[in-house]
Design a protein around this ligand. Structure first.
Ligand code: C5P
Length: 223
């Protein structure tokens, strides 16, 4: 097999996480998991081995991929930590909740006739956790921002020790959730940047896989 045709093992996280308030209610976000699903599908189409760690969504497991369903950020972190050493690349497309409820109620909350505080604590950062044992693995993250898009994305690229970050703006007329076209910036660790306007998520999955393969190839030729 030639070096350019090396088959990779790619771990893709997708969807939101649910952080429970009580056994019935939870905190989540608008992620649908569709982009991660397309990335995983494109990976399989190119002959790579794909493992998905999926937060709760309407998506069915992708035939051909190893598929793990998880609910909360902590459960996703544990799954990623176990699988990460076995893969060549991690594409962290999941919209992980940054906060969880400090002490979820054990039974359903009843009306109290008054307001009350809900204490949130930070979830561990999954990318940050694995980046220390990164070795030659390719790390790709996402940044969904409502302001200061490029500045925040560059900060995350550096802090989370990523090879590539895909930055996506959420504003009045730019709503990236679900299966629709988006404007995205690709920002690489080596300073390269590329802007894609009005790109479909299936096309985005293709250019992202091209980038992952390129980065993996560079790693192999560096060894
Ligand atoms: O939430 P944030 O904008 O920091 O997410 C940026 C990247 O970090 C995303 O790729 C996301 O999957 C990842 N992330 C993570 N663990 C968290 C929060 C986000 O790995 N707790």
């Amino acid at each position: 097999m030639s070096i350019s045709r090396k088959k990779l093992h790619i771990l893709v996280t997708l969807g939101p996480t649910w952080e429970f308030i009580d056994p019935i209610r939870f905190i989540t976000n608008r992620a649908t998991g569709i982009l991660g699903y397309f990335i995983a599908q494109e990976g399989l189409r190119r002959g790579h081995r794909v493992t998905c760690v999926a937060g709760p969504s309407a998506l069915c497991p992708l035939p051909g991929a190893r598929w793990m369903n998880v609910v909360g950020a902590e459960e996703m972190r544990r799954a990623v930590q176990v699988i990460f050493p076995k893969v060549d690349a991690l594409v962290m497309s999941a919209a992980v909740s940054d906060y969880r409820v400090k002490k979820p109620f054990l039974s359903k909350l009843k009306r109290r006739g008054r307001s009350f505080p809900l204490f949130l604590e930070e979830n561990p950062d999954i990318l940050d956790g694995v980046s220390r044992g990164k070795g030659g693995r390719v790390l790709v993250g996402f940044a969904l921002e409502t302001e200061n898009l490029i500045k925040s994305a560059l900060k995350k690229l550096k802090e989370k020790k990523l090879d590539l970050i895909i930055a996506n703006l959420v504003s009045g007329d730019k709503d990236p959730f679900g299966n629709r076209k988006v404007d995205v910036h690709f920002l690489w660790k080596d300073g390269r940047q590329r802007f894609y306007v009005d790109i479909s998520k299936s096309q985005l999955a293709k250019v992202l896989l091209d980038a992952v393969e390129d980065l993996a190839l560079t790693r192999i030729s560096e060894r």
